[in-house]
Design a protein around this ligand. Sequence first.
Ligand code: CS2
Length: 467
Amino acid sequence: MSKAGIVHVGLGAFFRAFGAIYVEEAEDLSGGDWGIIGVSLQSPRMRDQLAPQDFVYTAQELGPDGETLRQVEILRDVLVARENPAAVLDAMADPAIRIVTLTVTEKGYCHDPATGRLNMAHPDIQADLANELPVSAPGFLVRALQKRKDAGLPPFTVLTCDNLPENGKLVQGIALDFARALDTDLAAWIEQEGRFPSTMVDRIVPATKPEDIAALAEKTGQQDAAPVLHEPFRQWVIEDDFVPAYGDNARPDFEKVGVELVKDVTPFEHMKLRMLNGTHSSLAYLGYLAGHETIADTVADPVFADFVKHLWRHEIMPSFEAPEGVDLKAYADALFQRFSNPAIRHRTWQIAMDGSQKLPQRILGTVRDNMEQDRDCLGLCTAIAAWMIYVGGTDLNGQPIDVRDPLATELKALSDSGTTPGDKVAALLSEDRIFDPSLPADLKLHVESAYLLLTMDGVRPVLEHMT
Ligand code: CS2
């Protein structure tokens, strides 16, 4: 069994169904010690589920016409940061570790989504600046880099795999903000020696549900406490900029397994965040309010199928440059097929989570570009209005919504502070951690009229009218 070369922070279903499989395939083909030590920042659940099965788990690929099973054996250990932060720092400072990958979700970087800067007032950041044993992802990255610097080792490459724009640059900025507050020499060393390649990651991986675990056990006759379910599609584009001190050993042989190593990831990120995640979030809020449980159910509704195609064609595709050689129309068609995959039960409620962290890069950038160029953005403004109704906590039938968002309390209070739709929209738009104050003033008019229409007529008639 190979030794570990990667520490992965945030061991959720996505990385186990995506990065872990790529790394295992690359290691199988080209060797190298690329075992992965997983880190859960808070909950011991993943460690407790995986340890009794030697960290091996099943990846169940669900296509529209059938499935395949794979045993993933690349995990070497799982550490729980809350229980033993020192063990996590030791693992990250081990000379054999050359890459730290992260999937800690948007909110895990403790930054301000509107500006991309570290939120110095965040309680976890305050704690991590005061204590040597961290709790936050930025705290672990910088404290572990500090240990390596003190030991005379090169840094590890920081490879973020979260859906954030220019994610490498963003995390570098966050790490430098943190390091500067700690020790300016360390910050200078990270700036000079550190590498933070940007990445575009793409595979739809819904959360594993208890019924999925039961169905798999029934099928195989074996109990796996932590399988992952994923679609067949995958795409990983990485900026080829790893810590040079490791030479040919700086990364797994990613090219061999179809990872695209490029100079500039930005056009791919734009395409993916706007085309896939932008419509995913739009379908999540509007679909949820229309009573649809999953994305596949939502796009099986013809009104939504027309709506999502309208968004791609008229509002999203005109807003950015396609990466070289990519046919956006074909990309949109393929996305529609992926969203329609009935074997993937991806809940609208799951995608609706953490909207405050997702809206800027998924929807607001497109809306800004369109308004500035006098292009249509009514569909996306309707999605923003649906998000506003959603975070108000009551659906269109008067039923409570279980809103999960780091700003849930603040957003509900803002919504409650207004009595008319106009006041509610204005109050929510004043939340400048989400809505950059420089967004065009017309946004308010569009969102307010969409909000009114949604509450008066209901979701489906509004969408039907639009397309
Ligand atoms: C989804 C993403 O949960 C969400 O917000 O939009 O996780 C999406 O499934 C992935 O980015 C697909 O690559």
